[in-house]
Design a protein around this ligand. Structure first.
Ligand SMILES: Cc1cc2nc3c(=O)[nH]c(=O)nc-3n(C[C@H](O)[C@H](O)[C@H](O)COP(=O)(O)OP(=O)(O)OC[C@H]3O[C@@H](n4cnc5c(N)ncnc54)[C@H](O)[C@@H]3O)c2cc1C
Ligand SMILES: *[C@@H]1O[C@H](CO)[C@@H](O)[C@H](O)[C@H]1NC(C)=O
Ligand SMILES: *[C@@H]1O[C@H](CO)[C@@H](O)[C@H](O)[C@H]1NC(C)=O
Ligand SMILES: *[C@@H]1O[C@H](CO)[C@@H](O)[C@H](O)[C@H]1NC(C)=O
Ligand SMILES: *[C@@H]1O[C@H](CO)[C@@H](O)[C@H](O)[C@H]1NC(C)=O
Ligand SMILES: *[C@@H]1O[C@H](CO)[C@@H](O)[C@H](O)[C@H]1NC(C)=O
Ligand SMILES: *[C@@H]1O[C@H](CO)[C@@H](O)[C@H](O)[C@H]1NC(C)=O
Ligand SMILES: *[C@@H]1O[C@H](CO)[C@@H](O)[C@H](O)[C@H]1NC(C)=O
Ligand SMILES: *[C@@H]1O[C@H](CO)[C@@H](O)[C@H](O)[C@H]1NC(C)=O
Ligand SMILES: *[C@@H]1O[C@H](CO)[C@@H](O)[C@H](O)[C@H]1NC(C)=O
Length: 592
């Protein structure tokens, strides 16, 4: 049913245009050189490519491992409601899995990453939160460059952003490429969520727009959705750039296997040759950049490529048979991700998303409407409607015991996301009933894990250990989040609607009960960050404040891996914003 219906809808990404687009590495002209080679046509990579291509005398190649974003199954990455079904374990996914997570009863967690043009922006859940101004200011401080602070980056947020349903118009752009909008369908729970924030306004104050830099409180959720379609870095940046510019080439189905040293400048190794191949048994090819290689392969791909190139913790590299060239012990370290825990209540209503989640007749009706005129439930984000970003109270014993890891008083410790249905990424959906869900997220976690190489074979997955909920701070904040969610759901606004908690198999009324519950159902929200973090300090971090690889020449990194801290919110907006300014930093460096 889906494949037939979707034929009329797919975006004709590569139909026409000026650029050369190759779907196999063997098609690239052998002798061609580029000023810039960008590794990864993902969220950040496509921003860099589109901005650099604005200078017509500059040549750029993007090398992407994943597939085209057009195909019989592309409804999964175009129809907003299906976002959560785009991964894991589809043709859009790298299919990574973590090693056993001890605090989660040693479960192995599926760890999706976009394997497609647009990268994870083509497969994510589309929530758009810019984050707190404190986080940007801390980023700038750790980089030693005020250019990265909130005030200086705010124009880049507008540049990338085209808001169709804004709340505070003055803080949203109107002429950027990335389309965003607030929740586009009247949810069963909207009025009650808003009434609960009025009733419990001290703990859950209403915030008219959490994208102003002050994100605390409850707001409508914004999404990277424009009209009836997902807006990704492929649709907003790559596609228009390929159409418009003849100096931009793209090769996909082409996995970068390593960077190759091709000389020395000022005693430092130069890494401007990129080696890539279609699959493990296919031939490998080299392409060189005359100016820079920009690594935008994401928080897993980027450290993996660095390590395969001999850049990382020398002892670890030698142990898997890779000749160490640059000793940079933090490559792959500091992996941090947001832990997530859904909880649900039974409700007395027939208006929730549940029948659609369960693919009952309501789904067919919704599909019919969507294909008729692009409206209805499927045109909206299927994840959440409003969300709260909250701080622990100042006198919290957690802060007294562990300190405060947030970037400042405007930054949250945790998040509650509201959904009018049984939303989960870890439990089995019940086969009947109607539900209200609150998704708890620790947005300023202190657990740190790592990406390491399992082998010197680039086609073997690296070892991924996010160490979810491995600190007492993270566990205690999650418990406080669940209690806050329970207080929210106890507001009178829910009288006659919520009929009682949906208690999977444990009792969530005590701290021990919540701990037991989270060991079963907590997971990650899939926001890996910081695996090639920047630092202005010598002898620390992987890149400097201008995102240049340390102890080397010719390599810059622009993606989630360079962040020195994980954004306290949904991070894609900050990735787009950082990439927009990084493009200007690169242009300035080369007199463009
Ligand atoms: C399931 C899921 C849901 C999410 N939901 C949200 C959300 O609702 N809101 C939000 O703000 N954030 C969300 N995120 C996080 C957000 O999407 C990411 O943080 C962000 O997109 C990362 O951007 P990036 O440029 O660092 O990496 P990516 O966008 O992943 O780009 C990396 C690109 O590099 C390519 N690549 C990797 N290795 C190689 C190689 N060796 N050779 C060539 N190419 C390579 C990849 O295929 C990919 O295209 C979600 C993420 C996932 C996975
Ligand atoms: C991920 O798994 C799906 C389902 O098995 C498969 O179709 C897809 O090719 C896999 N992705 C990669 C990159 O191998
Ligand atoms: C911004 O969005 C509006 C509405 O979707 C659209 O008409 C306009 O062309 C967009 N602007 C850009 C630059 O894409
Ligand atoms: C594409 O080029 C045309 C003509 O130069 C220009 O008007 C338009 O704004 C460009 N669009 C994008 C998305 O760059
Ligand atoms: C790529 O470059 C490396 C190092 O110069 C060389 O050994 C290798 O043969 C090259 N591969 C191809 C396909 O040219
Ligand atoms: C939901 O539908 C059932 C079956 O049609 C009906 O009995 C029930 O009254 C409805 N509940 C509400 C709250 O509308
Ligand atoms: C779209 O179609 C539905 C019926 O399928 C209708 O109720 C709705 O009003 C239509 N919306 C627009 C904007 O045409
Ligand atoms: C924190 O302060 C609030 C209100 O001032 C008080 O009710 C609460 O008991 C205090 N908590 C702790 C842990 O001291
Ligand atoms: C959960 O535990 C509390 C305290 O022990 C108890 O009062 C309550 O009845 C239990 N609830 C359920 C559903 O088991
Ligand atoms: C493009 O970049 C070159 C340097 O590579 C520079 O000389 C030229 O001025 C730039 N053009 C524009 C329009 O900025």
């Amino acid at each position: 049913m889906f494949s037939l219906l979707s034929l009329g809808l797919v975006l004709a990404l590569l139909k026409s245009g000026l650029a050369a687009v190759y779907d196999d590495p063997g098609q690239l002209p052998m002798d061609k050189q580029y000023d810039f080679v960008i590794v990864g046509a993902g969220t950040a990579g496509n921003v860099i490519a589109a901005r650099l291509a604005e200078n017509a005398s500059t040549s750029i190649l993007i090398v992407e491992a994943g597939r085209n974003n057009v195909g019989f199954d592309s409804y999964l990455i175009t129809i907003p409601f299906f976002g959560p079904q785009a991964s894991p374990h589809t043709t859009f996914d790298w299919n990574y899995t973590t090693i056993p997570q001890e605090p989660l009863n040693n479960q192995l967690i599926a760890y999706p990453r976009g394997y497609v043009l647009g990268g994870s922006s083509s497969t994510n859940y589309m929530v758009y939160t810019r984050g707190s101004s404190d986080d940007y200011d801390r980023f700038a401080d750790l980089a030693g460059d005020d250019g990265w602070n909130w005030d200086n980056l705010f124009p880049y947020a507008l540049k990338g952003h085209n808001e169709t349903g804004q709340y505070i118009p003055s803080i949203h752009g109107t002429d950027g490429p990335l389309l965003t909008s607030i929740y586009g369908y009247p949810a069963d729970t909207d009025d009650r969520v808003i009434a609960a924030t009025a009733e419990l306004s001290e703990e859950f104050p209403w915030n008219p727009d959490h994208n102003s830099g002050n994100m605390l409180g409850v707001s409508w959720m914004h999404s990277t959705i424009g009209g009836p379609l997902r807006s990704s870095s492929a649709t907003a940046y790559l596609e228009p750039a390929l159409r418009n510019h003849s100096n931009l080439d793209l090769v996909y189905n082409s996995q970068v296997t390593r960077l190759i040293q091709n000389g020395e400048i000022e005693g430092l190794p130069v890494f401007t040759t990129v080696e890539f191949a279609r699959n493990p048994t296919a031939p490998r090819y080299n392409v060189s950049a005359t100016r820079e290689v920009i690594l935008s392969a994401g928080a897993i791909g980027t450290p993996q490529i660095l390590m395969l190139s001999g850049i990382g913790r020398s002892l670890d590299l030698a142990a898997v048979g890779i000749k160490p060239i640059i000793d940079l012990p933090e490559v792959g370290q500091n992996l941090v991700d947001h832990p997530l825990l859904p909880i649900q209540w039974n409700v007395d209503s027939n208006g929730t998303m549940d029948p659609i989640y369960r693919a009952e007749a309501a789904l067919e009706a919704a599909l019919e409407q969507y294909y008729a005129n692009g409206t209805g439930r499927l045109a909206a984000n299927g994840v959440s409607t409003q969300m709260a970003f909250l701080r622990l109270p100042e006198n919290s014993s957690i802060l007294a015991e562990f300190g405060d890891p947030t970037s400042g008083p405007g930054s949250p410790h945790y998040e509650l996301a509201f959904a009018d249905g049984f939303f989960t990424t870890s439990q089995t959906n019940p086969t009947s009933g109607s539900y209200f869900s609150i998704i708890n997220v620790v947005v300023t976690p202190t657990s740190r894990g790592a990406i390491t190489l399992a082998s010197n074979d680039p086609f073997q997955h690296p070892t991924i250990d996010p160490k979810i909920l491995s600190t007492d701070y993270d566990v205690n904040v999650m418990i406080e989040s669940v209690k806050a969610a329970q207080r929210f759901a106890a507001a009178h606004a829910w009288d006659g609607y919520i009929t009682g908690p949906y208690i999977g198999s444990v009792n969530t009324t005590t701290d021990d009960g919540i701990k037991e519950y989270l060991s079963r159902w907590a997971t990650t929200i899939k926001h890996p960050f910081c695996t090639a973090r920047l630092s202005k300090e010598d002898g620390e971090g992987v890149v400097d404040g201008q995102l240049l690889l340390k102890k080397a020449k010719g390599v810059r990194i622009v993606d989630a891996s360079v962040f020195p801290i994980i954004p306290a919110g949904h991070p894609q907006a900050m990735v787009y914003i950082i990439a927009e300014r990084a493009a200007d930093v690169i242009k300035a460096a080369w007199g463009m």
